[in-house]
Design a protein around this ligand. Structure first.
Ligand code: SF4
Length: 57
């Protein structure tokens, strides 16, 4: 499973990085995906994103 961030929607709140720091990293005001592999915390990060900018595949 891999995580993706819709950078247009992302407001840079940092929640995904706080929940799943091995996968998400803020760069400026946008979260970037820094890992090809996604573990269980990605689902939590997805559910916690306030603007639903994260999707998993
Ligand atoms: S939780 Fe959502 S809005 Fe917040 S930094 Fe991550 S992708 Fe962006």
């Amino acid at each position: 499973m891999k995580a993706h961030v819709n950078e247009t929607l992302c407001i840079g709140c940092g929640t995904c990085e706080a929940i799943c720091p091995d996968v998400f990293k803020l760069e400026g005001a946008v979260a970037k995906v820094i890992s090809e592999t996604c573990n269980d915390c990605c689902q939590s990060a997805k559910e916690s994103c306030p603007v639903e900018a994260i999707w998993l595949e």
